[in-house]
Design a protein around this ligand. Sequence first.
Ligand code: BTN
Length: 351
Amino acid sequence: MTTRTRRGTPGARPRPVTRAVQPLTRRVFAQLADGEFHSGEALARALGVSRSAVWKAVGSLKALGAPLEAVRNRGYRLPGATAALAADRIRDALPRAVRSHVSHVEVEWTLDSTNSRLLARPNPPAGTSEILVAEVQTSGRGRRGRQWLAPPGGSICLSFSWTFREVPQELGALGLVIGVCALRALAGLGVAQLGLKWPNDLLAGGRKLGGVLIELRAESAGPACVVIGIGLNVALGAEVRGAIAATGIAATDLICAGLRSPDRNAIIAAVVGECLAGLQGFEREGLKPFIEHWRAADALAGKPVAVSGAQGTAQGIARGIDLHGALLLETREGVRRFISGDVSVRPEVTR
Ligand code: BTN
């Protein structure tokens, strides 16, 4: 099923467009989205299907990584589950000041990648944004060609596009701006111990909470349109947390980090709201208004790190970012600048 809202006449309430047929997996998921226990029998009755069909759908949800609990004599539940994603609820929760900049909000149950989908669409008019959210991504993409793992119900897979009136000089630093904006939104929702790891990781308590993937729509001329993808861990189940750990990343989620209310529609609206306001600030003034906040949240500053980038790999002490957003690395040969790359923290050498 797809729910969409499109901006209509000013002041008119956006009308959700709902396709009638939904996969059973999604319908079971919607029943469980209240976080309560539902027996297989009750689910079968509510959905007008057999118990074995429910059982199969529950199996599919588990295979997708949904943090489902099954308890004998009680049934199934999604612990820490958050309300189902809904385009109209996202739009209604957007801060008033940015609502007029949003031309379209869309929620999909499953697709390959929200970033890939938006990249394939035409540019929205300058100064406006299209928002696309999916419960399940079959080919979710992280930075540097990595896979992005996100359990249904326990994560946010969000992309939005933005067309700049003019190509910003510091476009390469946009990921840092989005990181600051996402942090501002999350801090407002009660999330504690937030940090940023250059270039685009969002952290809580030093663990990865989310990431940002920015892609430029390839066009040789005309306005620059970027697709900004944000993945956020909301409530990772043990399985997905383990699968992420196996890739060498220590992950955490918003629930563990103090999120006050696990309403994902409100979280998306808050993050998009800050980011759209931030994009307008970035268009006017570049990285400057964000740099102090970025430096204050810098989780790498002063740490021994290894940086691998296009210029090769180097080791040294992370010394923050310069005015253009490049990472500064103090090495034996002097300070080196990295404009892209991957950073890993090296264990402290004790003498
Ligand atoms: C990272 O590697 O840290 C960046 C992760 C970005 C994941 C998000 S989820 C929504 C959007 N769609 C994708 O395929 N990737 C981004």
